[in-house]
Design a protein around this ligand. Sequence first.
Ligand code: BDR
Ligand code: CA
Length: 318
Amino acid sequence: MTTIPVILDVDTGVDDALAILFAVAHPDIEVLGISCVAGNASLERVVDNTLRILDTIDAPDIPVAAGARRPLIEPARDASHVHGEGGLGTLRLPPSERTAVPVSSVELMHSLLQDSARPVTLVALAPQTNLALLLRQYPDIASKIERIVFMGGSASVGNATAVAEFNVWHDPEAAAIVLDSGVPTYMYGLDVFNRVAVDEATATALLSHETLVGRTVGSLLTNRVFAGTDAETHHSGLIGDAGAVCALVDPGALYTEIRPVRVELAGYGRGQTLVDMRSRPGEDAMHGTADVWETAEIALDVDASRLATLFLDTLGLA
Ligand code: BDR
Ligand code: CA
């Protein structure tokens, strides 16, 4: 198989850290660059966490850039109650000697896309502010993007609000710009995100694994700051954003449908991804009152143990 060239957009973040480790380790994925955005933690922390995580896996010299400090309209609202003050739960890693490149995320993504001989997959694991800015500033660059695979949204339950998932809720206008950009999109939302977990015994055993990567993964999987114990909030063992990267190399593990989708921007529903699950036109279409919605490939079901096994196998932790 030829490799899949990708740019990761992250707010590292426990989930993002797991995703970066997986992407760097998988032989079929070529990480061209990493773009950082404020989300789970402040931009400075996200960049610093990303550089430290690259060290733990002894990654090659992947360019990392700092992007937006805040969403397009609203102030930044971190998720330290989930990811801890530093963004990586209780994991403490030594400072990295790597440094971020001296250009913004938008400029890094633009130059990587322009220079790539093959269309590139953008993997957005965070609020989509950087992607929206890229597509607004350089609309023609869309032709160099194979597709945008994003962790975000939900066709059912929310987490930031009853109906909105954190990444989309954090910057709804950005997500709307991305969905409306004309670039093919793949939504890895909470419908599948909440289900892909390593079992607790395996995750706990990794805490004393012989390799630094193993112990790091063990900490990330087990040391979340818990918000509760029910299925939606007891996240021990979840591979998080890594699942969206797994979907790149094992798409058959997910059930997807192409569905109309839009981002709600007003009222209580702000940040909700409304997915039209109807199998036939409704009265809105018959009476000519329906807007045209963009479509996205939506992951609705997943073979969770298959993706969790892929994750562990790829990192040599099975
Ligand atoms: C998403 O929000 C962040 O907290 C996580 O990193 C993940 O990308 C889940 O809603
Ligand atoms: Ca994330």
